[in-house]
Design a protein around this ligand. Sequence first.
Ligand code: ADP
Ligand code: MG
Length: 291
Amino acid sequence: ATPLAMIRGGGMAAERGILMRSAEAFQALKDVKRVVLDKTGTITLGQPAVVDVVPLGKFDRADILRFAAALESSSEHPLARAVVNAAEAEHTELPPVQDFHSVAGKGVTGTMNGQRVRVGSPRFVGEGGALERATSTIEALQARAKTVIALEVNGQPEALIAIADQIKPDAHEAIERLYDAGLAPIMITGDNHLTARAVAEQVGIQEFQAEVLPQDKADAVRELQRQGHRVAMVGDGINDAPALMQADVGIATGAGTDIAIESADVVLIGERLTAVVDAYHIGRASFRKTV
Ligand code: ADP
Ligand code: MG
C-alpha cells in the first residue's frame, strides 16, 4: 500500500471509531481468515448485573450478598463488580476480609470473621460434589444465558448467584457480516458451556469454545494459526492480553483494560462490534489502488 492509501484508511477508520496503532495492522488485517471473539465485554456489553439470588442453606439474601460482596470487593473481575453493586444497592455493610486469593478463571477465596469463604464458578466451588443437588437449577439459569457463581462458607454451599450481561445491540449484525466477509468467527470464553451456547445462539455464532482458562486463550489462537489461518482476536479483559499478542491482529474493544489496549494493534472506541468488520474492510481497501 502507498503511505497515502494508509493515511486515508486511517482517516476512514477514525471516523468509525477504529484506531489503527500501526501500519502493520492494515497489512495484517487484509489477510485475516478467522476472527476469535471473547464473550464478556466483547460480544456482551461487559456490564453484568445480579439478576437472581438462590439460597441453598441457612443464609438469607442479605447474608448472601454480604459474604459474597465482602470477598468480591477485592477482585477486579466484572462479575465481582456485579456482586458488589448488588450489595451496595441494598445498603449491605461489607466486613473486612483476610487472606484474599484470586484464582484466574475460577473465583476467589478468603476469610471473614474467622469463616472460610469461597465464591466462583460452580465447578470451582462445587469441586467436592457439594453443589450436586443444585445441578438442575444451575443448568436452567445457564441455559438462559446467565452466568452462575456459587457462594460457599466453611465448606457449606450457601447460594447461587445468577448474573446477566446484555448482548451488544449490533452483535448479531456483526457476526452475520463476518460470515458474509468469509471470516468464520469463533467465540472463546472462560464461562461454562451452557451459558456460552445460549449467547452463541442469540448472536448466530456457530462455533465456540467454553471453559477456556485465561492462560489457554492464547493457545486456542495458536492452534488456529497452526491450521494455517491468519487470526484476529477481539477482546477486552486483562485475561485477553496474551491472546491479543499471539494473534496476527489483536483488536481491543473500547471499554477494555489498559493491558488489553496496550497489547492490541487495533483499538475500537465505543461499543460497536460491527467496527471489527469495518476495520477489516478498511484494511483491505487500503491495499487497493483506488483508495
Ligand atoms: P471470560 O472469558 O468470560 O472473561 P473468565 O475467564 O474471566 O471469563 O472467568 C471464567 C469463570 O470463572 C467465570 O464465568 C466465573 O464463573 C469464574 N470467576 C472468575 N473470577 C471470578 C470472581 N472474581 N468471582 C466469581 N467468579 C469468578
Ligand atoms: Mg472478558
